[in-house]
Design a binder for this molecule. Structure first.
Ligand SMILES: Cc1cc2nc3c(=O)[nH]c(=O)nc-3n(C[C@H](O)[C@H](O)[C@H](O)COP(=O)(O)O)c2cc1C
Length: 343
């Protein structure tokens, strides 16, 4: 039904317009009595065998919604009805910002991919914190944090720290995003010294609390192996809890069927192989000690299992959900339950 009727209809309109319209529609229909109950029944699968404890957090299942989908924490309660074990909001920056000029999100249909240059459009941490105070999602919530466009890289740690402090009591874990290709110079924060300063400052704040929050670092798929080695060294030294691999890629050669002149980061099927290779590399290099959230191009059960086999402890999806439809998470979890019952 989704692929045959709904998706072709949705794809007649610009992707960002459809994204915002879907948010609006989901918000409205969830106000109708029993709709949340119906959605939960149709799209969620609760089964004890899917439960996972990682970073001392109890995840209902291993599949999460990746950052960027609900940047402003507008819909977390409603999105949790679609069966996700966790939802990562953000990227959140200290001040609100509009992001890049529209259009800034494009479909690459023949590669089941997207290319975006959103540029951290978000409502700012103060407003997002208020929304989180009033939300009661039925899953683990992570906050993906970043810096404002006009903040210099040497001061970037202050932006991350500001967001970390504001959201500390409102989310279950944090992701430090230094890998979006759409904020000029952001990826330079993956360099050893800047990254080390950034993570140490966050850990210093974290240690002030009796119950620390897990902190993960989200990395780019376009880093060289030497750069990844440096990142692993800094991550291990700062004793943060894990890595999210990966963000979108600016490498257009990964596309097999589509040509695009648009600037931005590619997500979806096109980046699956590249990001899986990076997970495999990090997992091996760290003797499988460092928890990894695998994200990039998951579109079905097979691509999800490839991420787990590469060393991921949890996975996230974004683009695959757009192309495959709202029942994808339940379908993948169903197969997981069957596989687990065989062992
Ligand atoms: C439109 C769009 C916006 C995104 N915004 C963010 C963001 O704000 N922060 C972030 O860390 N990742 C962001 N991402 C990257 C996703 O979280 C994810 O890492 C990437 O899309 C690969 O996963 P996928 O192939 O399942 O989409 C965005 C992706 C898309 C498509």
């Amino acid at each position: 039904m989704y692929k045959l009727v709904i998706r072709p209809l949705l794809f007649l309109f610009p992707p960002e317009f459809i994204h915002n319209l879907s948010f609006y529609i989901i918000k409205i229909i969830c106000k109708i009595p029993f709709v949340t109950f119906i959605l939960k029944n149709k799209f969620s699968l609760n089964n004890k065998s899917l439960n996972k404890k990682i970073f001392n957090l109890n995840f209902k299942n291993s599949i999460g919604l990746a950052a960027g989908f609900d940047k402003n924490a507008l819909l977390i309660k409603e999105l949790s009805l679609f069966g996700f074990g966790h939802i990562e909001i953000g990227t959140v920056t200290p001040k609100p910002q509009n992001g890049n000029k529209k259009p800034r999100l494009f479909r690459l249909k023949s590669d089941k991919s997207l290319i975006n240059r959103m540029g951290f459009n978000n409502d700012g941490v103060e407003l997002i914190a208020k929304r989180l105070e009033n939300s009661n999602a039925d899953c683990i919530i992570g906050a993906n944090i970043g810096k404002n466009k006009d903040t210099l890289n040497q001061d970037a740690w202050k932006d991350y720290l500001f967001c970390f402090k504001k959201l500390f009591h409102l989310v279950d874990y944090f992701v430090v995003n230094v890998s979006s290709p759409n904020t000029p110079g952001l990826r330079k924060l993956q360099n050893k010294n800047l990254l080390s300063d950034l993570l140490n400052n966050l850990q210093k704040e974290n240690k002030k609390h009796k119950f620390k929050k897990p902190i993960l670092l989200k990395i780019s798929p376009d880093s060289s192996l030497n750069e990844i080695d440096d990142i692993i060294t800094v991550v291990e030294k700062s004793k943060i809890n894990g890595i999210v691999a990966t963000n979108t890629s600016i490498d257009k050669s990964i596309l097999s069927n589509s040509k695009t002149f648009e600037e931005g980061g590619i997500s979806g099927k096109g980046i699956h192989k590249k990001s899986t290779e990076i997970i495999k590399y990090i997992s091996k290099k760290t003797n499988h000690r460092l928890p990894i959230i695998g994200v990039g191009g998951i579109s079905d059960h097979k691509t999800m299992i490839e991420k787990f086999n590469a060393g991921a402890s949890l996975v996230q999806i974004y683009t695959g959900w757009i192309y495959e439809g709202p029942s994808l998470v339940k379908r993948m979890n169903k197969i997981m339950v069957n596989e687990l019952s065989k062992n």
